[in-house]
Design a protein. Structure first.
Length: 146
């Protein structure tokens, strides 16, 4: 929907608000019509008809352009909301990645400490089962098998 950059004519807002009606006339030659139809329109009438037709076309175009601009603004607003949501999600993911990096560094330090104490670690063993839940027995401090 291209924009022409023109300002609406004075009274254009009024034209958009007020509905225009054209009285209906029976088609020529219809039964029951008492007035004979003129053979042709005079040049003045044809000119005014053309002006009226052009004005209706401009009105339809203004309405279509207005609708297009409104849809464009709505689309921009939706996209801005999506950008905001994605930025928030990105910040959350960056924080999670940072936390995981810190955990990796901590675990690497623990492994190095364990190895420096003379203990050998085998990566082939199954993972340790999770600790039992509940207050059945107090948690024992972590000890090394070495």
């Amino acid at each position: 929907c291209p924009t022409s950059g023109r300002l609406p004519a004075p009274g254009a807002a009024r034209a958009l608000e007020e509905p225009q009606t054209v009285p209906e006339a029976p088609p020529p030659g219809e039964a029951g019509s008492s007035a004979p139809t003129p053979p042709s329109l005079s040049p003045l009438d044809a000119e005014s008809q053309e002006r009226l037709k052009a004005e209706r076309k401009r009105l339809r175009n203004r309405i279509a352009a207005s609708k297009c601009r409104r849809r464009k603004l709505e689309r921009i607003a939706r996209l801005e909301d999506k950008v905001k949501a994605l930025k928030g999600q990105n910040a959350e993911l960056a924080a999670t990645a940072s936390l995981l990096r810190a955990q990796v560094t901590q675990l690497q330090g623990r492994v190095r400490s364990h190895l420096s104490s003379g203990c050998h670690i085998s990566a082939a063993g199954p993972p340790a089962p999770p600790p039992p839940e509940g207050p059945a027995e107090p948690a024992a401090p972590e000890t090394s098998a070495c």
